[in-house]
Design a protein around this ligand. Sequence first.
Ligand code: 13P
Length: 250
Amino acid sequence: MARKALIAANWKMYKTPAEAQAFVDAFLPLVASHTRDEIALFPSPVLLPTVIPACKGSKVAVGAQNIHFAEEGAYTGETSVGQLKAVGGTHTLIGHSERRQYFAETDEIVNKKLHTALKHGLVPVVCIGEVLEEREAGKTEQVLKTQVTGAFAGITAEMAASIVIAYEPVWAIGTGKTATPEMAEEAHKMIRAEVAKLLGAEIAAGMRILYGGSVKPDNVTALMAQEDIDGALVGGASLKADSFEKIVKY
Ligand code: 13P
């Protein structure tokens, strides 16, 4: 089954509204005629009211870096799916390793967020990946299986069509150390096999699995050449329009 690639920018806690506007103004003309893949931007919540209207009418989708699993409530500092949708967001990252590492997100929380995102028709990008000690201890497969199983608890094949997974080995994020294309492909194959066990071969074959972790213009082509790599989730190299353009047009 052909999977349409998704190239996504995770801006993390960078950019002011003016800088975000300048990015979009520069970036949209660069990719206006590029229809091969899907493109998505994930800015901070305060940037969404700038970036979403600026991308309107283009093929560039915009989403949040995080959502809360509750519909609304006394959760200071959090963003609900309803709030995201009201400003026009269509996608959301869930369980990014920085959320897991610094904000104590567990597989159980990731699972609740995934259910909420799907209930409201958002495209969820569920992030998983092992830390260095786990890789060095030969536990990568086990960790990925646990994360996929945990994230997908109670998810049925009927619900799963829009789900995207991002494999981001934590040791490759922001370190300049990319997984080799072969290492990434091996992990992506394991993840797809686990999805097949949980949701069936057809859903697994159609599910997009992105790679993230020091993706740059000069390594994206080799990564994208791998059979099971269906896109990229890009941090640092997505902050400049010309650099992200090069990645998008790998
Ligand atoms: P870098 O591309 O900066 O390594 O970040 C990857 C990432 O965490 C994307 O979500």
